[in-house]
Design a protein around this ligand. Sequence first.
Ligand code: ADP
Length: 518
Amino acid sequence: MLVANRGEIAVRVIRACRTAGLQAVAVYSDADREARHVALADATAHIGPAPARESYLSIPRLLAAARETGCGAVHPGYGFLSENADFARAVEKAGMIWIGPPPEAMEAMGSKISAREKMRAAGVPVVPGALIEPSEEHREITSSGEEVGARGAARRVGSPHPATSGTFEEIPSSVLSLGFPVVVKASAGGGGKGMRIVRDAASFSEAMISCRREAVAAFGDGTVYVEKYLSSPRHIEVQVFGDTHGNVVALGERECSLQRRHQKVIEECPSSAVTPELRARLQSAACDAARAVGYVNAGTVEFLLEPSGRFYFLEMNTRLQVEHPVTEEAFGVDLVALQLRVAAGEPLPELPSAPSAHAIEARVYAEDPDAGFLPQAGRLLAWVEPSGPGVRVDSGVTAGGEVDVHYDPLLAKIVAKGRDREEARKRLAGALGETIALGVTTNLSWLKRLLEAAPVVRGELHTGLVETLSLPALPPPPDEVFEAAAWVLSRAASEPGGRPARGALSSPFEGRFRMGGA
Ligand code: ADP
């Protein structure tokens, strides 16, 4: 099987191949010759230079690699080409098995506008919103000469919220009827890109223009629409699975409300806000959503949940999700193994109907929380992963490896499970404190402080919470950090080129150092 990805997800899929008795082929760019996923695979294929467009995003190069290594299947991981229907079709046309949903289901959910329409038709509640067609643009956008046409009447999508006061002649009435704040979204958007929150009428026009611009630049499609911006909802998503025998099941929910700039940082399963009754309703809506598009394999239906218990469809991700391990740990299932079985035509086995543990995941990024979370790159001089009861680490890096500017700065996911939320939370905070990363600044300490913030401890979460918290200042590093750094520097001084060799630095740290996120 070709693993058409890199980093921790490639490592995760390679492990699943081993369990399934399949041989895994890793692909790598110039920047990844010494990467961990390459070292772990049974065979490897070089696919091009470092820029993803010329390697991990190149369909011809990935297909050539699969052919040359005699692969019979392709797993796309997540990110890169995982939601690209053209790639799925090309894999199937080449006579190989695509480990993912049918391309038609990917397309149906690929445009947020068409996904909303399909969900409404299937009786799944969607966030109230308004379509802004090119003929219905705001006057200022038209006069700015940007790719838009004449104005007309706007069409309403979803159930309207009452309008706020004021008259805003130039803004379509369907937008006004939602009431501010609203969010302008790119239909092709994803990964937090192509989204603008608009708090009042005066900023609507500017938000439309900049959202459109960003959408064209990032996705080559400037279609945007408007949604009611819900105040302080929770992000609750449901893991669904379909097989080729017509079965669709849901495996509980994940709470992903701890976000920074609409990007998830800590996820958990189950959600402390979801009762068995609400879980049943969420799962039923998610299965309806999946059935409406003929879904097969693993997918995630995302909802926003209001304190009242009302929830609305947000989008469906037609792939494995970064945060899938919390479902695996809470339900005791291997989702990637299930993906392989379903892709081989097997029916879904009997699956647990409720979680038997609580699991929380933290995303460890190479980024500097004290410098606006700026992504960091460079050589990881030391990397020591935590362990202990209930601790799982899905990582894509090794000591001495390079963190490259060309790729997502996700280094690892640290997951802890416990009998209940508090046990899982304490285990995760402990594991984050034990993790050692030297050479590249990470968000380890920030994650640990976030997990220990009072509302997080109480489980009182919402998607805007992180921005409102002022986390305690970093405590001064313990002496061990200085000792470790001195040791790294002395090793470096004795190496040719002044840099320690790959892998040379990990073992002496094992068990020697405990620090609050170096
Ligand atoms: P992306 O595809 O870029 O991930 P999503 O539509 O999934 O974007 O939204 C990502 C996050 O943005 C959500 O989890 C939520 O925090 C916030 N968000 C999106 N739409 C709304 C909305 N209508 N009201 C409130 N928050 C929203």
